[in-house]
Design a binder for this molecule. Structure first.
Ligand code: NAP
Length: 246
């Protein structure tokens, strides 16, 4: 038996379990199994690996950083992003990887295309997913401004952005890494000066449920190109599969 799973809390509806269960079925891998390991505290993490059949896991909120002290090593992707969302048991022990970075980068490249006009971006939110987006944009040579609920040395607040609407004309890409707009709170969205948007903007929402958040709807109404987080989700899952089999 080769066992896999997802660690997080809470784990109400999991894309990963459905995705991998369907994948194993499709590939005829009857000895592969993907389980949900709902854990409120990361203390339960070590016990999980007492099962010798456990090959690897995905990690989600709130443990993408909490698990790091329990690992024996980090792949360059996890080191750079500062968060782990894939773990594999290897000869050297438990190694952490970050596949959100790859999932976001590859889907963004497809969204904006080669020879894209994107030079400057805004990233909304400064949580775990935001870090993967930061590294991907840096690798694509796209400059970015972080927007947070509270201004800090390297972030501006939503109030500051609304007071300085011209900023919206200086950027071509806006990435939402906040959970705003996620089902069931579909009538919420980041507090932006949406009137400034036009067909020159690309709006990327990491949220994938619903497929068109209010943030994306407002951008679309102004002629912007839009993309949701479904492709990133699928690509990060595929990357996990590659990691576990390499
Ligand atoms: N498509 C994918 O493959 C994929 C992968 C990873 C994550 N995601 C999605 O991305 C979202 C963020 O995930 P995460 O792991 O980064 O979560 P997180 O660590 O909880 O961070 C989310 C950030 O959003 C901001 N935020 C939270 N609540 C907010 C509110 N009420 N109003 C305004 N801003 C708020 C906060 O930034 P500030 O404190 O700076 O305001 C927070 O740090 C989730 O919806 C998740 O499902 C999608």
């Amino acid at each position: 038996m080769r066992k896999f799973g997802l660690i997080g809390f809470p784990l109400t509806h999991s894309f990963s379990k459905k995705y991998f269960t369907a994948k194993f079925e499709q590939l005829g891998l009857a000895d592969h199994f993907y389980d949900l390991f709902e854990m409120e505290s990361v203390d339960e993490f070590v016990k999980l690996w007492e099962d010798p059949e456990l090959v690897g896991v995905n990690v989600t909120v709130p443990h993408k950083q909490n698990v790091m002290p329990f690992l024996d090593g980090l792949d360059a992707s996890a080191e750079r992003v500062g968060a782990v969302n894939v773990i594999k048991r290897q000869q050297e022990g438990l190694i952490g990887y970050n596949s959100d970075y790859v999932g976001f980068k590859r889907s963004l490249e497809k969204f904006i295309g080669e020879n894209h006009p994107v030079k400057n971006a805004i990233i909304l939110g400064t949580g775990g997913a935001s870090k993967a987006v930061e590294v991907a944009l840096a690798d694509l040579h796209i400059e970015y401004q972080l927007v947070s609920r509270r201004a800090t040395a390297n972030t501006i607040s939503y109030d500051q952005l609304n007071e300085c609407k011209e900023k919206m004309q200086e950027v071509q890409l806006i990435v939402n890494t906040t959970p705003l707009g996620t089902y069931p709170k579909v009538d919420t969205c980041p507090d932006l000066p949406y009137s400034e948007l036009s067909d020159k903007h690309y709006l990327y929402d990491l949220v994938y449920n619903p497929s068109e958040t209010l943030f994306l709807q407002k951008g679309k109404a102004k002629g912007a190109q839009i993309m949701n987080g479904a492709e990133m989700l699928e690509r990060q899952a595929e990357r996990s599969w590659e990691i576990w089999n390499q």
